[in-house]
Design a protein around this ligand. Structure first.
Ligand code: SDX
Length: 432
């Protein structure tokens, strides 16, 4: 790469400095401002990191203006239409699409790590039955480091790889166990003769009382949903995983931190909020009222599933999910699904409204996903857990990439201080 620089001049002192520009293979380059403080005693200021690259990465590329999403260079549309979720997991983790032999070996590793230590099952008894599944996921995933000590030496590539396989393999088992706990039903063990998504749906809906056959429609739809949610560059939860990992925290604790961040309504928690919002709106007649509430600065209501920090065009995942919604509902003979009809009308009205057009607010990945989950029998409280299962591969891939990054150091942002300068301590009797 050619060594480009950017000249920066301090208007007060008149002094200038050439800041190095870090080139990219595609997408924006970045001005390396790490020397700014040393040269001028100045920080950069970018709350929410709107224009700040926190790292270099080769995993996922997003072009928000063009609505492009690629995993390791492969368009999301191709992967969604042609790949299995574990094939995409391998691609993200290792950077290449696997051959049949390699994929079979990878699938076998993930399948055989699906069990959780029997003692971990006791953790669920500590949760109230109406505990939110995400609260249980955070607690149990964070506890994995208390059991799997053979993956805590971060300097050993084999241990790091095993940690990644364990997290991807165990998230579905833990999520299904959390669901079973809310229903007071016995846990269902993962099966070695089932495919990843089939296994998950079996653990969710089977009971010891009878044979349960997973529907191929549900398995295919969930496989696609997991692929669409697998990774998304430096989003809030992935950045949380990276920041936690930068201090040398163990991978399970870092993933628990990522699950915590994902739970927020502005992030992965939005899929659950979209369903709640659609049910709250209730009918097409009320759409106008809620569009006006979303536009009212004094009203905290936001159109959930709309808007995105990066996509200023249609989220390519939302486009795919709208089609999948149609297909799944048709195959389930649920052609007049009121929630889907409402979502389509809401999208149509919002995208003609100046407020949304001006701010480039389009439906995002969360807008349609919940309608599909609901149609497949997934309860609303489990929607964000679905997101966490899929995103576990993205989190682990970024974790592995950062563990091997020679530039990696502890993340320690600075601030613009606006507090008191200096004050003298007053004895309590002298205070007003
Ligand atoms: C995900 O980062 C990722 O990649 C995330 C994700 C992933 O795969 O990891 O894609 C998954 O989290 C998708 C987003 C799910 N969240 C929601 O659907 C919640 C609703 N959306 C918003 O809260 C919001 O759009 C965000 C959080 C998604 C983005 O917030 P930004 O980039 O900080 O945008 P902003 O809040 O500065 O909004 C810009 C303007 C503001 O109006 P003005 O002050 O300019 O007048 O747009 C308005 C906002 O008020 N706005 C909305 C809105 N989203 C933004 N107004 C009404 N409804 C909305 N949904």
């Amino acid at each position: 790469m050619n060594a480009k620089t950017m000249l920066l001049t301090d208007p007060i002192s008149g002094r200038s400095v050439n800041l190095p520009v870090r080139d990219s293979t595609i997408g924006p380059a970045a001005v390396d401002v790490s020397g700014l403080y040393k040269e001028f005693g100045l920080f950069t200021y970018d709350p929410g990191f709107v224009a700040t690259a926190s790292c270099s990465s080769s995993i996922t590329y997003i072009d928000g203006e063009a609505g492009i999403l690629r995993y390791r260079g492969y368009p999301i549309e191709d992967l969604a239409a042609k790949a299995s979720f574990l094939e995409v997991c391998y691609l993200l983790l290792y950077g290449e699409l696997p051959t049949e032999t390699v994929l079979t070996k990878f699938e076998r590793s993930i399948t055989h790590h699906g069990l959780i230590n029997e003692a971990l099952k006791n953790f669920f008894n500590g949760f109230h039955h109406n505990a939110h599944p995400m609260a249980m996921l955070i607690g149990v995933v964070g506890s994995l480091s208390a059991f799997y000590h053979d993956t805590l030496d971060l300097s050993t590539p084999e241990q790091r790889e095993l940690a990644a396989h364990r997290v991807i393999a165990k998230l579905p088992t833990i999520a299904a166990a959390a669901y079973k706990h809310t229903r007071g039903e016995p846990f269902i063990y993962p099966r070695y003769d089932m495919r990843y998504v089939e296994n998950f749906l079996h653990m969710m809906f089977a009971t010891p009382c009878e044979q349960y056959r997973v529907s191929r429609l549900a398995e295919k739809a969930m496989n696609l949903l997991f692929i669409l949610h697998a990774d998304h560059e430096q989003n809030a939860s992935t950045s949380t995983v990276r920041l936690a990992a930068s201090s040398g925290a163990n991978p399970y604790a870092c993933i628990a931190a990522g699950i915590t961040s994902l739970w927020g309504k502005a992030h992965g928690g939005a899929n659950e909020e979209v369903l709640n919002m659609l049910e709250h709106i209730g009918s097409v007649e009320h759409i106008e009222t809620y569009i006006n509430k979303a536009k009212d600065k004094d009203d905290p209501f936001r159109l959930m599933g709309f808007g995105h920090r990066v996509y200023k065009h249609y989220d390519p995942r939302a486009k795919i999910l709208r089609e999948v919604c149609h297909r799944v509902l048709n195959e389930l003979a649920d052609t007049n699904n009121p929630l889907f009809e409402l979502a389509l009308r809401l999208e149509e009205i919002a995208l003609q409204d100046e407020y949304f057009v001006e701010r480039k607010l389009y439906p995002n990945v969360d807008f349609y996903s919940g309608i599909i989950y609901r149609a497949l029998g997934i309860p609303v409280s489990m929607f964000t857990a679905m997101f966490a299962i899929a995103r576990s591969v993205g989190w682990m891939t970024h974790w592995l990439e950062m563990m091997e990054d020679p530039e990696q150091r502890i993340g320690r942002p600075r601030q613009v201080y606006l507090g008191h300068t200096l004050r003298t301590y007053q004895p309590i009797g002298k205070r007003q």
